[in-house]
Design a protein around this ligand. Structure first.
Ligand SMILES: [Zn+2]
Length: 240
């Protein structure tokens, strides 16, 4: 009989102990956060409680202190999130700027007007072929029907038949320089079109005063007659 009472008392003791732990666990689950790092685990929190000898399940001053600490941690976290968002926006802004610069560079980068050519006549060469006596452009010889692309960005100011030039497209650049593409077999653009470097404008041919199919490229800086295209092209990073 006595042994049975002792056993019951032990059982009650165990039950009481478990009840206290359970209450502590409930409080934590209700947002009763421990002090220290937000990463503090429930086990660590209970260890802290044990250290400071928490004998009551509800300790208002301590709860208030912890609430204040938690509020500070939340504010710090929010500030960090704000900083991260700002940093991300700055990275995006820089990327956007780089893209815009690349686009601007691409738009300004001159290109060769045809591929697979042989230079057959240079600027200033003398021949009875040319009415003025001296050659006024640079000749890119190649098979008829080769695609011609615009050397630079500009506006098509004319596209039509022009006597000894044959079918000629004239593109005027923003600085007023005129670039002419002559002897074309056909056109791909018309007056008023805006073109970008590398944009197809027509096809090579043998229209006008020619002995064979080629592109006669003529460059006319503003306020002067035709100039040698080679130094002008080199100035813009391309060597024909
Ligand atoms: Zn020529």
């Amino acid at each position: 009989m006595i042994g049975m009472v002792a056993l019951m008392a032990a059982g009650v003791g165990t039950f009481a102990s478990a009840g206290a732990n359970g209450a502590d666990g409930d409080l934590t689950s209700l947002g009763y956060e421990p002090a220290g790092s937000p990463r503090t685990t429930g086990a660590q929190a209970r260890a802290v409680d044990a250290e400071v000898d928490v004998s009551r399940d509800f300790d208002r001053p301590k709860l208030e202190r912890r609430t204040a600490v938690l509020a500070t941690q939340r504010a710090q976290t929010l500030r960090q999130v704000d900083r991260d968002i700002t940093a991300t926006a700055q990275v995006r802004e820089r990327e956007e700027k780089v893209r815009a610069q690349q686009e601007e560079k691409r738009r300004k980068q001159w290109v060769l007007p045809v591929a697979g050519y042989t230079l057959t006549a240079r600027f200033g060469q003398q021949s009875s072929m040319w009415s003025s006596g001296a050659h006024t452009g640079l000749d890119f010889a190649g098979p008829s029907g080769t695609e011609i692309v615009s050397v630079a960005a500009g506006t098509v100011t004319s596209a039509g038949y022009e006597g000894s030039y044959g079918n000629r497209t004239v593109i005027t650049l923003p600085d007023g320089t005129k670039i002419s593409y002559c002897h074309q077999s056909s056109f791909d653009v018309e007056a008023g079109d805006q073109v970008q470097p590398g944009q197809p404008i027509g096809y090579t041919g043998a229209t006008g005063n020619v002995t064979g199919p080629h592109l006669h490229l003529e460059v006319e800086p503003p306020g002067s007659g035709p100039a040698d295209p080679v130094p002008v092209l080199r100035e813009h990073g391309i060597s024909p």
